[in-house]
Design a binder for this molecule. Structure first.
Ligand code: ADP
Ligand code: ADP
Length: 226
């Protein structure tokens, strides 16, 4: 379970720039929240504050009943997927997916079970012995998502995860993400510029402008043109 609330969250960078102002949002368990808005409006900053990669200047971040402001990223039970996936080139797909679990010293059998299960879900079981260089762009993307899924986070944070793919792969991955959301029962917070992604994936869309929330709406309310 993961309900997230941001209460009067603000971010002022060291140079004095105020990137996020009075951000208030309740994210419910299993929500697929989409952040949209022009470049520079504060989407990534907000995501990074939730992840703990950027300090919150003022306000509160709650996950369930815990105040998270000072909690280290690795203890937040959430995982971030970036637009530029970094796979380890010298490791197989299996080792790439297993890596973070080995760092955490999980038992070998548990690691094996999680990697094979995630690979099954993402339909990359037949690729486990390959190196990243021998994969297509979409396959690499799946591996990157796979290495996040194996950690079984309660919350997925995704910053334009499909923006570097061509239109066809983006379409396939969109379907894949919708299915993962259903199957994992996870809460997802997702940044995109793509209206189709926002419309097909989101349960709620948060429109940002100049560091503030302008509107929160269901996809149909925002994009339906009569
Ligand atoms: P978005 O993701 O919506 O494009 P960002 O959250 O990346 O927006 O950035 C919001 C604003 O904060 C932008 O004007 C950006 O230049 C600024 N910004 C981002 N990171 C920093 C930083 N480390 N120091 C100062 N300003 C920053
Ligand atoms: P995006 O718009 O894709 O989110 P940006 O170009 O805003 O990315 O930011 C890329 C990186 O540069 C981020 O790590 C951000 O923190 C940093 N950054 C952005 N604007 C500034 C700034 N004005 N001063 C310092 N760092 C910045």
């Amino acid at each position: 379970m993961a309900n997230i609330s941001l209460v009067n969250v603000c971010k002022t960078y060291k140079n004095g720039y105020s990137a996020v102002k009075d951000f208030n949002l309740e994210i419910r368990d299993k929500d697929f929240i989409i952040f949209v808005g022009p470049s520079g409006c504060g989407k990534s900053t907000t995501l990074r504050m939730i992840a703990g990669l950027e300090e919150i200047s003022s306000g509160e971040l709650w996950i369930d009943d815990c105040l998270m402001n000072m909690v280290e990223p690795k203890n937040r039970e959430l995982s971030m997927v970036f637009q530029n996936y970094a796979l380890y080139p010298h490791m197989s797909v299996y080792e790439n997916m297993a890596f973070s679990l080995r760092v955490r010293k999980l038992p070998k059998e548990e690691i094996d079970r999680r990697v094979r299960e995630a690979a099954g879900t993402l339909e990359i079981s037949h690729l486990l012995d390959r190196r990243p260089a021998a994969l297509s762009g979409g396959q690499r993307q799946r591996v990157a998502i796979g290495s996040v899924i194996v950690r079984q986070p309660k919350v997925y944070l995704m910053d334009e995860p499909l923006s570097n793919l061509d239109a066809k792969l983006r379409g396939q991955m969109r379907v894949e993400l919708a299915r993962l959301h259903r199957e994992l029962g996870a809460t997802i917070i997702y940044v995109t510029h793509d209206q189709v992604e926002a419309m097909t994936l989101g349960t709620r869309i948060v429109v940002m402008k100049d560091g503030r929330i302008q509107q929160v709406a269901a996809p149909a309310e925002l994009y339906e043109n009569p």
